[in-house]
Write a protein that binds this ligand. Structure first.
Ligand code: AMP
Length: 428
């Protein structure tokens, strides 16, 4: 098969790495890719948002499968445009991608079909939004309707902070048009988990549950980032919980999308809060998580390509293998630029990747790197995702940090506690 991966971050490097290992794949391209992806694919100078360029390349080069990584092109309708050219595409159409692109759409869909989620209301008037916060009382959560690069959900411990969040979104327009309308919702308590399913015309297959670490500092302190690390599997999402999530959340959501004329073809990322009353949806995303994808594909024994191709073609999806929460685990630790998620410098030389990968259990996925004058340098906030598999979570954590300690660039910053709380919970 001739496969094209669209995107150029850590998630797409992990996808490309996994796809390239498939015996079914004759050649792999990535657009635009990155220096890490260039180790396993031919990188193209075509932006992930350039539907014309991507469509022209794919039809001209006999591409059998296009895998779209990031949310922006999906929400903007890249999958629709490529499907219209007769290509087999892994990734939802714009209408189904609205489940991530518009929080208002997602919440209304859930409310209309009884999918458990936080109590909410939507507002385009700041005064009404502030009054609803008082009705809910603090803590509450203010969310921009549209995509805001992962920063559009503001958890507000006090009503004063809720007022400030409403001003930030609706009055100062700090998120542009994404914040013209907001969702205000009840704060849910519990353990968070990300649950991934593949869904297409041929059925739905649960893949794995992961947990990510969003805040910048150890102990879940500091501001939110794109993700400082993640691990798979999650002990709390055992086979019984998996069945419950599929029955109470995934199936009704997919049925609702189909009934709405927006059948889903891709990976559905269900962000969950495991509350005392059962699993409830925090958010839906229309693509793999970044960095959750990195440990997910590294832990996966099966070939991912037949599954992606079956979703893209509408073929029947094979039943999943037994769901396990013990045994092999995988962990990804993000190496970030000093100062991230605030201001940071780029262009620092990176060393030690080969040494980190020396042992075979570690893969270093590139997120924000570039090649300048023959040297690998930092080129983004999140630079690398050092990912390792192990016989269990503790072995995977140890292997990942052994890899981390071999890599260096000026100002490197990472969390030292990825997966640690889960280990402590398991030990008690
Ligand atoms: P989102 O962008 O909707 O995934 O929200 C980002 C993060 O904010 C989530 O991962 C949660 O940690 C937190 N969050 C969002 N909504 C809620 C909620 N209703 N209750 C508690 N925490 C929330």
């Amino acid at each position: 098969m001739r496969v094209l991966v669209v995107g150029g971050g850590g998630r797409e490097h992990a996808l490309a790495w996994k796809i390239a290992r498939s015996p079914l794949v004759e050649h792999l391209w990535a657009a635009p890719g990155n220096p890490g992806i260039a180790r396993c694919a031919t990188c193209l100078d075509i932006a992930a948002t350039d539907a014309e360029g991507l469509g022209g390349f794919a039809t001209g080069h006999g591409i059998d499968l296009v895998v779209i990584g990031p949310e922006q092109p999906l929400v903007a309708g890249l999958a629709d445009r490529l499907r219209a050219r007769g290509l087999a595409v892994f990734g939802p159409d714009a209408r189904a991608a609205a489940i991530e692109g518009s929080k208002v759409y997602a919440k209304r869909l859930m409310a209309a079909h009884g999918v458990p989620t936080a109590r909410f209301a939507t507002f385009s008037d700041p005064g009404a939004a502030r009054r609803y916060c008082r009705e809910l009382s603090a803590p509450c959560v203010v969310k921009t309707d549209g995509l805001a690069a992962g920063k559009g959900a503001i958890v507000c411990p006090t009503l004063g902070e809720a007022d400030a969040a409403i001003a930030q979104c609706m009055e100062r327009r700090e998120f542009g048009s994404a914040g013209t309308t907001v969702v205000v919702e009840e704060f849910m308590r519990g353990e968070e988990a990300s649950f991934f399913v593949l869904a297409g015309a041929g059925g739905v297959v649960p893949l794995a549950a992961a947990q990510d670490h969003k805040t910048v500092f150890d102990g879940d302190r500091g501001t939110n980032t794109g993700g400082m690390g993640a691990f798979v599997p999650v002990a709390a999402v055992d086979a019984a919980m998996q069945a419950r999530i599929m029955g109470e959340i995934v199936q009704p959501t997919l049925a609702a999308l189909s009934a709405d004329g927006a059948p889903y073809h891709g990976v559905l990322y269900v962000g969950l809060m495991l509350t005392a009353d059962g699993p409830r949806v925090v958010e839906f995303n229309c693509r793999f998580g970044d960095p959750e994808c990195q440990p997910l594909v590294m832990r996966m024994d099966e070939d991912l390509v037949p599954l992606l191709a079956a979703v893209a073609r509408g073929d029947r999806l094979s039943p999943p293998r037994p769901w396990t929460t013990d045994g092999p685990a995988a962990v990804c630790v993000t190496l970030a630029s000093g100062g991230y998620p605030g201001h940071y410098l780029t262009g620092h030389p990176i060393t030690g990747i080969d040494a980190a990968e020396d042992r075979g259990a570690v893969q270093v996925f590139h997120a924000g790197t570039a090649r300048r004058d023959g040297r690998l340098v930092t080129a983004g906030g999140r630079v690398l995702g050092v990912t390792a598999v192990g016989g269990d979570l503790s072995a995977a954590i140890a292997a990942a940090y052994e890899g981390v300690h071999r890599i260096h660039f000026e100002g490197v910053h990472y969390r030292t506690d990825i997966g640690r709380r889960a280990l402590e919970v398991r030990a008690t």
